[in-house]
Design a protein around this ligand. Structure first.
Ligand code: UD1
Ligand code: UDP
Length: 373
């Protein structure tokens, strides 16, 4: 068997890493294709170092650009590689343009597609990621879904239960394994900030490309001066903060620490020392509940509703008053804080990649929903 693994952005590298480890453990032949959508050292290479991954066999070097241009260039590059390499299965992860491009190209070449983290739905078609998820799931053959809820989403779309595997989310595998490594290798305490740390990330187009919405969030952050806001800024967000003249204001606020995107081991240390997390990231919502850190999500919907249902995540949207009042409420209400930090993790116990490889190798009986988590 030969597997082609496609990645393109920071979260795909992080969430595919344990799958790649599992492929290697089982001595299966594989090729690693990087689309090159993320290319800065701190958005890509750093994760290959931290997660001890081999260099990609192919890098399509797509870089930044419009959705159409990016997807078309990726499709072109991926098609050339797949035609030459003839893998038996193509694995894609999540909801980026790489997933869309990889799934479309492979399915038209009649190569089965395995979608890792399939079945997530925000039901918000204004998000590019929602379109990518839906199309990837139309093109896939094997669905590795994190939870029963995501399996049900696929069943409603007419996907056969025999192709759906409830495996948990590979982020739990990565997170648990690497937190231990990070804690062991921490020589001197990193991120030694005073007071309660609120770790913030945001990069979602609907937040950071929209001046009014971004201004609301920034105003809330400026007001939250009873916590230390640690903000590793995504390159997309640096660009628009500067364009809208908001960067300097944040830089000048004593309680806000703007830093470059952080490598995975350091970032896990930062998360584990945080009082809470504020984010519009998908992965962060999952990591927060894995690490028992209360999360506030800067969105009005989420394709990770399990985290909200479990009580570990609150959707605060992008209104200044809602954001500041929620932070204060969590900070001053021990009961609420306790409940949020004890929310049960819906994404499994860290064996997702094993379940995924077992499914690929046909180790489960077909004909019923297979819960491997
Ligand atoms: C992409 C994904 C998003 C995912 C996110 C993870 C799509 C449609 N979007 O969004 O789903 O959550 O990655 O972080 O696939 N840039 C750099 N250096 C880089 C990469 C990007 O400076 O290494 C800047 C460029 O100005 C670029 C902008 O960031 O135009 C946006 O990058 P892009 O890859 O298009 O989308 P992301 O916002 O990163
Ligand atoms: N992350 C990181 N360093 C940072 C910010 C995020 O290592 O400075 C990791 C984070 O732990 C998570 C992933 O990047 O696993 C999330 O990526 P991102 O928010 O870019 O994308 P999304 O998950 O929203 O697709």
């Amino acid at each position: 068997m030969k597997i082609a693994v496609i990645i393109g952005t920071r979260p795909e590298i992080i969430k595919m890493a344990p799958v790649i480890d599992e492929i290697e453990k089982r001595n299966i032949d594989y090729i690693l294709i990087h689309t090159g959508q993320h290319y800065d050292h701190e958005m890509s290479d750093q994760f290959f170092i931290d997660l001890e991954l081999r260099k990609p066999d192919f890098n399509i070097g797509v870089g930044s650009g419009s959705h159409g241009k990016q997807t078309a260039t990726m499709m072109n590059g991926i098609e050339e590689v797949l035609v030459a390499e003839k893998p038996d299965i193509v694995l894609v992860q999540g909801d980026t343009n790489a997933v869309l491009a990889g799934a479309l190209v492979a399915s038209k070449l009649h190569i089965p597609v395995g979608h890792v983290e399939a079945g997530l739905r925000s039901y918000d078609k204004s998000m590019p990621e929602e379109i990518n998820r839906e199309i990837a799931d139309v093109c896939s053959k094997l669905y590795f879904v994190p939870t029963e809820e995501s399996a049900v989403n696929l069943l409603f779309e007419g996907i056969s239960p025999k192709d759906i595997f409830i495996t948990g989310n590979t982020i739990v595998d990565t997170c648990i394994r690497n937190l231990k490594i990070a804690q062991k290798s921490e020589e001197k305490p990193k991120f030694d900030f005073d007071g309660d740390i609120l770790t913030l990330t945001m990069h979602r187009a609907e937040n950071v490309d929209n001046k009014e919405r971004l201004q609301n969030i920034i105003d809330a952050l400026l007001e939250l001066d009873d916590v230390t806001v640690v903000f590793p800024v995504h390159p997309r967000t640096v660009k628009t903060l500067k364009e809208f003249d908001m960067f300097e204001k944040l830089e000048n606020a004593d309680h806000i620490k703007l830093i470059k995107p952080v490598g995975y081991l350091d970032f896990l240390l930062l998360l584990s020392k945080s009082k809470f997390i504020m984010t519009d990231s998908g992965g962060l919502q999952e990591e927060a509940i894995t690490l028992n850190v209360p999360c506030m999500t800067l969105r009005y919907n989420t394709e990770r509703p399990e985290t909200v249902k479990a009580g570990g995540n609150i959707l605060v949207g992008a209104e200044k008053d809602k954001i500041t009042s929620t932070v204060k409420e969590i900070l001053n209400n021990d009961d609420l804080y306790g409940k949020m930090s004890k929310a049960e993790n819906p994404y499994g116990t860290g064996n997702s990649s094993k379940g995924i490889l077992d499914a690929i190798l046909g180790l489960y009986d077909a004909g019923e929903l297979k819960i491997t988590v």
